[in-house]
Structure formats: structure tokens, C-alpha cells
Design a protein around this ligand. Structure first.
Ligand code: PLP
Length: 527
């Protein structure tokens, strides 16, 4: 069976025979609607607003007067509402179900955070407002800075980076500024990055012009200490290390690594995206870290990954704090103010390397993160880490005999599996993940970290109940049994029941079609 919508795209019905679905007249599947593009809904004459006719006017752009329509879809208000509501219903979210995407920390975002972020006194302010009119917002930033420093045991912080990757760039720019100040920028040109690192680590180092040197992993999935030491030298600027690492394991040698890095005159950048596994339990400052970004959108909740913006504040050691970028909040005798210029910074005794963003960062995220911290308290934050680790170990222990785990022993906040259990079944990691969609789960992270073949990285987070995790585990066990008992069709054709079937993901990335073109006009009937 193959269903096509009016624009010739395959509909949800296409190939759904395997799941017993029937073709419908509309292409809709019960109350789930087949949704065209907004441009395809274009209805000449329809309009959602009621403007007066502008009458005669002259263009301010002279010769550049627009010659044709801009091409926006003409739709009525109810049609545009329906379009976006239907689309939103197709967007899988943490509010709809378990979202086991490893490394991404897709956990529940308490509604209290949203309520706080929407308070008019917070959401209606503008970054160009006079500072004396936004004292509360500045105090909030100051308070958040305080707790980030407290939780990490680090003396400096910058709030402005807008995501984890942006924070990495910020931290590495502070390291470069410190090296410039020492006159060693020309000599120290190499950055050490473990093989298992998130792609943003080597990308950041490379963007800043550093040579990236990969540190191999041990059989236990951790940094090979001896190999790492042998790579140290007078040309090393920094190491970029994630802890817990992307295999979900704590780097036990982290203090030895920090000491060796400092002895070699280099800096220790820690990728703190996985801070949720240790928050309230370990202070990175005590481990010898010089700079670390914190993904507020992971550790301190808030929707992300298509659901909202991120924020990647960076904490700094004594050595790097003076180089932190502009702006930053200070609490002076006239109240709170932002230090925004190099001149003001000089008077304040700092030497910022520059600035990362036009204004001061993602205010809405600062509110949510502070609301999350204050509502959890120190005992609650510690429990976040403990429960996240407990849930992941429950998944690991329950599934390690049905799936296959590459490393011995317990994990931190995420459980890593490889594809050995699929050997000889004709099913690959990708097929397994696609079959999960039919069962109502967003797949786990696949093929990352790269050090593990066919990796499947599962992060249940602490906000899932035992019942939810049990059902998830039972589902994966059922899928693993199906793969072993030659039920290959369940996988290689999956997903069967999603609005769209198996997509050409490589093609979409390599040859993206980013522009909609109207379908050719129907051929004129011969007169
Ligand atoms: C998520 C993540 C990043 C990048 O953070 P973004 O906010 O997505 O830019 C970097 N490193 C690790 C280990 C991560 O999990």
C-alpha cells in the first residue's frame, strides 16, 4: 500500500500494512492529522488580520521597491492555529513520555520554573533598559552566579554563553587569554582531548586554531593515564576532559590528571555537561579544574533540544577568573550593575578577553535554573545526582544480560551498551532504535561515544518513576528477544507507525531541501 498526499509526499499510511493499519480517505489516522506545509495551505484572499487599505504610498527604498509578493501563506486565523497545534502534537517531548537520549539529560522541567520565568517583572524587561530599573534581574543573576560558584567550588563565573558548546568556546578563550598574558600563546598550540569526547570538544579546540591530539581510552572506558602523561609537553595548552565521561563513567584518575596538567604548565578544561551526575556530591574546583561549562538546560532542567534555548555558564579557577568575558554583575554601593566595558573592568581589577554575546545571556534560563536550585535545596540537589545514578544503574543491571555492556562495573548517570548482542541477527543499532519508535519511545543516543561499536547510550534521568523505567526495560528486553529470534522485519522496516517512515537521514543532512517551491500548475486543458 502506498498513500500519497496531494503534494505527492508519502503519508503515514505508506507501508503501514505490516502494522495492520488501513488506508483512509483523508490520509489522517484517527485523530492524528496528516499535516501539509503552511505554504501548501495558501488560500488566496484568506487573511488572519484586518488592516485598513494603505492606499497610495511611496517606497522609502526607491529603486528597490518590491516587485512581487513575498510569498507568505495566506491563511485564516483558525487555519493557522490548527496548523501549529497539529504540528506541536507531532513533536515528541519529555512532557509526553520517557526520553532516554544519553548525554542530553532530558528530564522533567518543573512547572514552578516556568511560572517564575513568566512573571511579568522578569519576562517583560528589555536588555537595553536602564540598569536601575532592572535591579531585581541583576540581583537574580548575581544570586545564580553565587550558587554556581558554591556548587562547583570555583571562584569565578560568567553567565553569558548560550549553550554548552558556546561555554566550551568561552572557557578555551579564557585559557588562551591566560596564555597570551604569560607570553606562551605561540608555544602552547596543542590541546589533548580523549577519544570518547563529545564532538564539541575537538571542534572548539580546532576553531581556536589548536592542534587536537586524541588520548586513547583503556579497556575500562577511561582515560589511559600513562598514554596521557606521555603526551604532555611544553607545547600543550590544555586538556579538555569530560567527567563523568561520555561512557557514563567517573574518571577516577582526575586529580592525578589535573596535577600532571598543571605541572606541565597547561590548563584543565572540564566539560561539565554531565554535572547532573555529581551535583551536590563533588565540587569540580576540588578536583583541580580551571574552567568548566555547566549546561543549565541539562543539570538544572528546562526544556531543550528543539523545545527551548540553552545556557552554558562557565566557572573559572583563581588563575582564569580575571580573564572571564564581559559583562558581569557586581554589587556596589549604588546597587547591582553590569560591568560592560574594558575601562570599567580595569577599574574592577579584571582583564576580560572580550565578550561572547550582544547582551548578558539567556535570562529566562537563569530564572529557571535558580528556581530549580532554590526549590530543591542542597539535600534535593544531592538527591538529583544520586537518583540519576541509581536509575541508570538499574537500567544497566536489568539489561546487561539481554543487551551487551562494553565495560565492567557500575555506571554514573547513563548506561552504555554496544551492538554485540545483535551479532548475526541482521539487525543493527539503527534498526533497533527505529523499532523503539513504534513502541512509543524516543530512541536513545546512537553511535556515540565513538569508542564503542554500535553504541546505545541510555540516560533515564532521576525524574522517571520505577514503573516508567520498568516498562522501558521490559520493552527493550522484548525487542532484544525479537532480534535474536529472527523477527528481523520488526526492525529493518521500522518505524511502521510514525507519521513518517524510515527517512533518508544522510540525504537530509547532505542535500537538505530548505526552500519550498510551488507545485507546477496543472497543464491547461486543450481548448
Ligand atoms: C550536551 C553536551 C555538550 C554540548 O552542549 P550544548 O548545550 O548542546 O551545546 C557538550 N559536551 C557534552 C558531554 C554534552 O553532553
Amino acid at each position: 500500500m502506498s498513500g500519497m498526499n496531494k503534494q505527492g509526499r508519502p503519508t503515514s499510511i505508506d507501508g503501514a500494512g505490516a502494522a495492520g493499519a488501513r488506508e483512509t480517505f483523508t490520509g489522517n489516522r484517527a485523530l492524528e492529522h496528516e499535516e501539509p506545509l503552511l505554504f501548501e495551505l495558501d488560500n488566496p484572499g484568506a487573511c488572519g488580520v484586518d488592516f485598513d487599505d494603505p492606499g497610495e504610498f511611496t517606497s522609502h527604498l526607491g529603486n528597490f521597491e518590491r516587485q512581487g509578493r513575498i510569498g507568505l501563506a495566506r491563511v485564516s486565523e483558525p487555519e493557522v492555529m490548527r496548523h501549529f497545534v497539529r504540528l506541536s502534537a507531532k513533536n515528541y517531548s519529555i512532557d509526553a513520555g520517557l526520553y532516554p537520549l544519553g548525554s542530553c539529560t532530558m528530564k522533567h522541567n518543573p512547572r514552578l520554573n516556568e511560572k517564575m520565568a513568566r512573571l511579568p517583572g522578569i519576562s517583560d524587561v528589555h536588555p537595553l533598559q536602564p540598569q536601575q530599573t532592572v535591579q531585581g534581574s541583576l540581583e537574580l543573576m548575581s544570586e545564580l552566579s553565587h550558587w554556581l560558584k558554591e556548587l562547583t567550588g570555583m571562584p569565578g563565573v560568567t553567565l553569558s554563553p548560550k549553550a554548552g558548546a558556546h561555554g566550551e568556546l568561552c572557557g578555551m578563550m579564557a585559557i588562551r587569554a591566560a596564555l597570551i598574558a604569560r607570553g606562551e600563546d605561540d608555544i602552547r598550540t596543542r590541546v589533548l582531548v580523549p577519544e570518547s569526547a563529545h564532538g564539541t570538544n575537538p571542534a572548539t579546540a580546532a576553531l581556536l586554531g589548536y592542534k587536537v591530539d586524541a588520548i586513547p581510552a583503556t579497556k575500562e572506558g577511561r582515560v589511559d593515564l600513562e598514554a596521557f602523561k606521555s603526551k604532555l609537553g611544553p607545547d600543550v595548552a590544555a586538556i579538555m576532559l569530560t567527567n563523568p565521561n561520555t561512557c557514563g563513567l567517573f574518571e577516577r584518575d582526575i586529580v592525578k590528571i589535573a596535577d600532571a596538567v598543571h605541572e606541565a604548565g597547561a590548563y584543565f578544561y572540564c566539560d561539565g555537561a554531565n554535572f547532573n551526575a555529581i551535583v551536590g556530591r563533588v565540587r569540580p574546583g576540588d578536583l583541580g579544574v580551571d574552567a568548566m561549562h555547566i549546561n543549565l538546560h541539562k543539570t538544572f532542567s528546562t526544556p531543550h533540544g528543539g523545545g527551548g534555548p540553552g545556557a552554558g555558564p562557565v566557572v573559572f579557577s583563581e588563575a582564569l577568573a580575571p580573564f572571564a568575558p564581559l559583562p558581569y554583575v557586581v554589587n556596589g554601593k549604588d546597587g547591582f550593575r553590569l560591568v560592560e566595558t574594558e575601562g570599567e573592568a580595569e577599574a574592577d581589577g579584571t582583564t576580560p578577553f572580550g565578550r561572547m554575546t550582544a547582551f548578558h545571556g539567556q535570562m529566562g534560563m537563569f530564572v529557571r535554573a535558580l528556581s530549580y536550585m532554590l526549590s530543591h535545596g542542597s539535600d534535593g540537589l544531592r538527591q538529583v545526582a544520586e537518583d540519576a545514578v541509581l536509575n541508570a544503574n538499574y537500567v544497566l543491571a536489568s539489561l546487561k544480560d539481554d543487551l551487551s555492556a562494553p565495560f565492567e562495573g557500575p555506571c554514573m548517570h547513563e548506561a552504555l551498551f554496544d551492538d554485540r548482542f545483535l551479532k548475526g541477527t541482521g539487525v543493527e543499532t539503527l534498526d533497533f532504535a527505529k523499532a523503539m519508535i513504534d513502541e512509543g519511545y524516543h530512541p536513545m543516543t546512537m553511535y556515540f561515544p565513538l569508542v564503542v561499536h554500535g553504541a546505545m547510550l541510555i540516560e533515564p534521568t532521576e525524574t522517571e518513576s520505577k514503573q516508567a523505567v520498568d516498562l522501558f526495560i521490559a520493552t527493550l528486553k522484548d525487542l532484544a528477544r525479537a532480534a535474536r529470534s529472527n523477527d528481523k522485519d520488526r526492525f529493518t522496516g521500522a518505524p511502521y507507525m510514525s507519521p513518517r517512515r524510515r527517512l533518508d537521514e544522510t540525504g537530509a543532512a547532505r542535500r537538505p531541501v530548505l526552500r519550498w517551491a510551488p507545485p507546477p500548475a496543472p497543464a491547461q486543458a486543450a481548448e
